[in-house]
Ligand binder design. Structure first.
Ligand code: TGC
Ligand code: FAD
Length: 387
């Protein structure tokens, strides 16, 4: 019997189907060949590597778990593995794919009219059109029910006013899925980039997700035709339903970031000689590496079972909250610890731990902060909402 792999200690890969393994392998190759050679510099230059979008689309990764409309129709475990491998490269690339597929293509697919689906989904699957998702506002993100962005009916149109903040892909988006309060509660609108009164600008000088675009959106009396309203959903369950899809992918993505950090720290620890012996030959470094493997293994089993439940249509959104909370916390702790194992080298862009660590500070905040997910579980257990 051969020794278990440090990054797949329980041979979780043996639980995957042939197709799932092939998907993982092809994204892994893409990340090794095309992402890892450039991503340190892209992060350093605060640049989203837009040149990779076409290749990501050609691999069929955009909206890959959606059926029809030129989407790949893969299962949810495949989608999770895609996120895992991309985030092994960088959280920014996984963010791009999460937003495009889970936050923009998914609501059009699930809540859109046939006309909206035909107009947008094939173009978004091919990467020709890019989307962004506007829920968070300058005055707060955790409680979207209090949003101020408002749409008022005016004949066959709606007049949209307000602002959205911290929006991934905002300035490169051809279409923004914008959630706005109306006299009848929350509704979703497809706001197209050329609509009069709609502007966006980038949020610059971030310390986190530097290889991803984050923007502000402004709506000043934007006239949106009613045919651009998502007709098949009403209320907060619209945006929250999208978040469940993206959060699911993040549970896997975080595993990828943690694996990247562990592999790097392990290699470094074996070759770094201090006090006349490799630091890998010390108890405390071994304990920290062992702890990383333990936590990654638990996260892998958690996400795989979550994916199987999702594929059986038996997944509850609170189960996604538990995994998002657990796996992102796991990855952030491992990234910080691996950064320390690298010593001073760990602050260099030549190594990936600090880049993952800084990225994960966003990942633990967006798509529901860690606290929000803890409180979702608390509400599920007790029946009391303590938000
Ligand atoms: P609540 O009363 O719980 O729910 C209202 C309605 O929604 C349903 N629901 C969900 N449905 C699907 N998935 C979920 N996760 C759901 N959570 C709730 C619920 O059943 C109800 O349906 P109905 O039919 O009965 O009306 O709503 P609440 O106001 O109490 O809020 C609960 C809370 C705090 C958990 C929610 O507001 C929340 O999740 N807040 C966090 C906001 C957040 O995560 N924002 C993320 C913005 S997007 C983003 O960050 C993108 S980053 C992308 C990237 O770059 O990768
Ligand atoms: P707040 O809601 O103001 O929370 C501040 C702090 O208070 C947090 O620690 C929170 O946990 C805590 N807190 C809040 N309420 C409670 C409570 N009741 N009890 C205890 N503690 C509480 N949003 C989008 O809509 N689309 C995007 O594409 C998008 N992309 C993003 C990309 C990046 C890089 C980042 C950083 C954010 C992005 N977001 C996006 C926004 C993100 O979803 C929000 O930042 C997040 O939901 C938290 O909202 P907030 O920043 O307003 O924090």
């Amino acid at each position: 019997m051969s020794s278990p792999s440090p990054i797949d200690f329980y041979d979780v890969r043996s639980l995957l189907s042939e197709e799932e393994r092939q998907v993982q392998d092809s994204v892994r190759r893409f990340v090794d060949d095309r992402v890892l050679p450039i991503i340190g510099d892209a992060f350093d230059e605060h640049r989203f590597p837009k040149e990779l979008v076409t290749e990501i689309a050609e691999l069929g990764l955009l909206g890959c778990n959606l059926e029809g409309y030129d989407c790949a129709g893969l299962n949810n475990v495949c989608y999770g593995l895609v996120c895992q491998e991309l985030e092994r490269g960088d959280s920014g690339l996984r963010s791009f794919v999460s937003v495009q597929g889970s936050l923009c293509m998914y609501p059009i697919h699930a809540y859109g009219s046939e006309e909206q689906k035909k107009a947008w989904l094939p173009r978004m699957a091919s990467g020709e059109a890019i989307g962004c998702f506007g829920l968070t506002e300058p005055d707060g993100g955790s409680d979207p029910g209090t949003m101020k962005t408002h749409a008022k009916r005016d004949g066959d149109d709606w007049i949209l006013n307000g602002a959205k903040m911290w929006i991934t892909n905002g300035t490169i988006a051809d279409v923004a899925i914008v959630w706005a309060m109306t006299d009848d509660g929350v509704r979703g609108f497809l706001v197209e980039k050329d609509m009069k009164g709609y502007t966006s600008r980038d949020i610059l000088k971030k310390f986190s997700l530097r290889a991803s675009i984050t923007s502000e959106l402004f709506f000043d009396h934007v006239r949106v035709p009613d045919r651009n309203r998502l007709p098949n959903v009403e209320g907060l369950r619209g945006p929250l339903g999208c978040l469940t899809q993206a959060r699911y992918g993040i549970t896997w993505g975080a595993i990828g970031a943690a694996i990247a950090c562990l592999e790097e720290a392990l290699e470094y620890a074996k070759s770094r000689v201090v006090f006349q012996r490799p630091i890998a030959n010390t108890q405390t470094v071994q304990r920290r590496l062992a702890d990383a493997t333990r936590r990654i293994t638990l996260a892998q089993l958690l996400s795989l079972q979550l994916g199987r439940l999702k594929d059986q249509k038996a997944m509850h959104h609170s189960q996604v909250s538990l995994a998002k909370w657990n796996n992102v916390r796991m990855a952030l702790d491992i990234a910080r610890d691996c950064r320390d194992i690298l010593g001073a080298a760990g602050i260099s862009v030549e190594f990936s731990a600090i880049r993952h660590m800084l990225n994960l500070e966003s990942v633990i905040t967006y798509e529901g902060t860690e606290t929000i997910h803890e409180l979702v579980i608390g509400r599920e257990l007790t029946g009391h909402a303590a938000f």
